[in-house]
Design a protein around this ligand. Structure first.
Ligand code: ADP
Ligand code: ZN
Ligand code: ZN
Length: 740
């Protein structure tokens, strides 16, 4: 047998499959998709690669003696479907990088073959004990305990996966149950009573009955199913019941014997969200998320491939679940920037999903309350089907009324507080009525970054031009390359001992809020307070159960959480996100403001929102205050057309990274001037210039932006740039990549 192997090598002319012989003793493990080591080049140095195809005879243009043997198979691969391989090829074409890099995104690489013992949790106390403990947990507001106890009320035996993933129970809670003598753990291989265990588990089936859809929801479900276009945009305001539409679509797809993938931004992947899918489809559902080990993730992917799991939920990497008969991909909140990968290939999940949907003949549903201008434009052009949900699904719930406060006027009126007079007054009213308030600081940045308070010098990673963060373990971490170092005793620049982490400003907001509203109970949620494994969930849960009156936080607090008792949202510094140097900054601002507003008044009490800004007349802020996407879209399209930004054209960044700063800069300049001579189609260039984070992992990064009229033109220009670069780069260690 022979194999085609793609090798991990950063050289464009070698970025293609090579033929190798499969030695007999590796025949059963060297399957398509398997990661292998192969001798390569004159030195026969061993390199990593992936098998992307197998065939019985050697190609006729190669003499048998010249074909080398595969050295070893690393782990057993999961056997990729042709579809996924094709997807990797397309992603490589679109986003650059090497085929090997694309394959390692699409293929789950570290597959553990060792079967895992499933653990089972048995409640061994009496019925009386169970109800007694439930009452106590309820009184003490131990919600995790209560969740586990209610689950035990239905089933005295629970599989470990349900306890840890679905119910999200921590090890310390489990320990306390064991110490109290009411809980025992058994593993599958421990033998006795296994049949009883299985019987119990098989009773754990889907339980939720579907809601009656309202008219808009029904129209969307029927429409999407009947639609001949591949992609549908489900444009529904917050709370309009998009999830219910997804559930119904999934149900239909499962009935057709096909599978579904649901992508949810990592930050919104909470217990409540996932539970809605479990309740409807029971054990057919599985979740992948970034905290899973590669082995666990592979195991779930394997189950998906074998058909034991038929609905996969997760952040962007769940797109590559190896379902054989994929019928539906849903991307919830598809406008979220976290859907764009940060590693080469820097794929846009929406686009990659479109490629996968096309290859699998599946439908793609893009759900959002604030669609991107680019996708909405395509819907208007008729390329994408459009479905609207205009009303909130819960009767009586309405969008909040929004008041814009001009902070310049506050200054005129000698109010130097970060809270405007209006906001202060409204917060007081809420506190009196025992309703809850969210204060959203619209600011992103490197919170937790350590710097010297005396000289201002940041403590940078020695390999990257970013400040390192202080973690709970007392060590400094680089969040780009993972470098760790001990916190120095004194500033390396000035010797001062005043080193510290500065927050995003949320700490300051919390402090001022405490001063201003001394009786209020205040919680803060940002990268610092959520550093622990469950920090995020704990804070949200406390707030949900009204253990605090005010929640202060960054973007994290406005993403899709449902707090029925919140009737006021204050947006501090609404315009900060407008200052980010990116053509999408208005769009981001509009989306964030809409999301923040959407947190207010989710139940029957009407909500209010106060937006504090120095740019009250900006169209993104005005349109968000009116909940008017169309108003925003009209203004934004004028700007994009004028400057040929997407969707009026394409916008691509070519990044060149090298260890030698001067050489990298010189090379990109030469590539640029050569490209200008040989341009096949019109294109506008910006740069070359240094990237905003200049040094990453010891590589200095230069960027050249280009705009073209169409995607076809973009690919032509990209090819030209790749060609010129590889000529100029030659054997130098310079790395080229593309992103948007
Ligand atoms: P979205 O994802 O659009 O923000 P959700 O799907 O979370 O909205 O729905 C918002 C709320 O409305 C949820 O509490 C959900 O249970 C409820 N809901 C959705 N559809 C219906 C319906 N047809 N009838 C009654 N309640 C519904
Ligand atoms: Zn200093
Ligand atoms: Zn670093």
């Amino acid at each position: 047998m022979y194999a085609e192997v793609v090798i991990d090598i950063n050289q464009r002319d070698l970025d293609r499959p090579f033929t190798y012989r499969i030695p007999d003793d590796l025949a059963d493990r060297a399957v398509t998709g398997a990661p292998v080591r192969v001798p390569f080049g004159r030195s026969e140095k061993l390199r990593s690669g992936y098998i992307i195809g197998r065939f019985p005879d050697p190609p006729c243009d190669l003499s048998e003696e010249r074909i080398k043997d595969i050295d070893s198979v690393l782990e057993r691969g999961i056997g990729i479907e042709d579809q996924l391989r094709e997807l990797a090829i397309r992603m490589r074409e679109r986003y650059g990088g090497t085929l090997y890099q694309s394959l390692s995104v699409v293929l789950p690489n570290k597959l553990k073959v060792r079967p895992k013992r499933e653990r089972y949790f048995l409640f061994v106390g009496t019925d009386d004990k169970l109800s007694e403990m439930s009452t106590a947990a309820e009184q003490k507001k131990h919600y995790a305990k209560l969740r586990l106890l209610s689950a035990f009320q239905e089933n005295r035996v629970l599989p470990g996966s349900i306890v840890t993933d679905r119910l999200n129970i921590s090890a310390s809670t489990i320990r306390s149950f064991i110490n109290a003598g009411v809980l025992e753990i058994r593993s599958q291989e421990s033998g006795d009573d296994l049949q009883a265990v299985y019987d119990e588990i098989s009773r754990h089936k889907a339980s939720a009955s579907p809601k009656m859809l309202n008219e808009e929801q029904q129209l969307a479900v029927d429409g999407i199913l009947r639609e001949s276009r591949q992609v549908s945009l489900l444009f529904g305001i917050t709370g309009s019941g998009k999830t219910e539409v997804y559930l119904n679509l999934i149900e239909k797809v499962l009935q057709q014997g096909r599978e579904a993938i649901v992508l949810i931004p990592e930050i919104a992947l909470t217990y409540q969200t996932v539970m809605r899918f479990y309740e409807r489809f029971g054990d057919l559902v599985s979740v992948v998320h970034s905290r899973l080990t590669k082995g666990d993730k592979c195991e779930r992917f394997l189950k998906a491939q074998q058909g034991d799991i038929r609905v996969m939920i997760g952040p962007r990497s769940a797109l590559f679940t190896p379902f054989r008969n994929l019928g539906l991909i849903i991307i919830d909140e598809f406008h979220e920037p976290s859907y764009i990968s940060e590693q080469v290939p820097k794929y846009d999940t929406t686009e990659a999903a479109e490629m996968r949907a096309e290859l699998s003949g599946a439908k793609l549903v893009l759900g959002s309350a604030t669609p991107t201008v680019s996708v909405y434009y395509r819907a208007l052009q008729g390329e994408i089907a459009l479905f609207r949900l205009n009303a909130r699904a819960v009767a009586g719930a309405q969008l909040p009324s929004v008041e814009i406060v001009d902070m310049r006027e506050e200054l005129h009126a000698k109010n130097r507080s970060i809270f405007s007079r209006t906001l202060q007054e409204k917060i007081r009213t809420r506190l009196e009525k025992s309703e809850q308030v969210m204060l959203f600081l619209n600011r992103r940045g490197y919170s937790g970054a350590v710097s010297c308070r005396a000289c201002g010098e940041p403590l940078n990673c020695p390999h990257c031009s970013v400040a390192m963060k202080l973690h709970r373990d007392g060590m400094l971490h680089c969040h780009i390359c993972g470098y760790e170092a001990a916190m120095p005793k004194a500033c390396p620049q000035c010797g001062s001992q005043l080193l510290g982490a500065f927050g995003t400003g949320t700490e300051k907001v919390e402090e001022m809020a405490k001063e201003c509203f001394p009786s209020a109970r205040i919680l803060r949620m940002d990268a610092d307070t959520t550093a622990g494994k469950d920090g995020h969930r704990e804070i949200l849960e406390k707030f949900l159960h009204h253990e605090a009156d005010i929640l202060v936080g960054t973007q994290m607090i406005v993403k899709g959480h449902d707090f029925p008792n919140v009737t006021l949202v204050g947006v501090l510094a609404a315009d900060l996100s407008l200052n980010i140097p990116d053509y999408r900054s208005s769009e981001r601002t509009f989306q964030l403001l809409c999301q923040a507003e959407g947190r207010s008044g989710r139940a029957s009490v009407p909500g209010e929102c106060v937006v504090q800004t120095y740019l009250p007349e900006h169209y993104a802020i005005q349109a968000a205050a009116h909940h008017d996407f169309y108003e925003f879209y009209r203004h934004e399209m004028l700007f994009r057309k004028q400057l040929l930004y997407p969707p009026a054209g394409t916008f691509t960044a070519m990044i060149l990274a090298g260890a030698d700063a001067a050489k990298t800069e010189e090379t990109i300049r030469r590539v640029f001037s050569e490209a200008m001579q040989r341009l096949p189609v019109p294109a506008r260039f910006l740069g070359p210039t240094e990237m905003s984070i200049y040094k990453v992992k010891d590589l200095y990064r230069q960027v050249l932006y280009f705009k073209t009229q169409s995607t076809e033109d973009m690919i032509l220009v990209k090819r030209l740039l790749e060609e010129i670069s590889s000529e100029m780069i030659g054997n130098e260690r310079l790395f080229i990549s593309f992103e948007r």
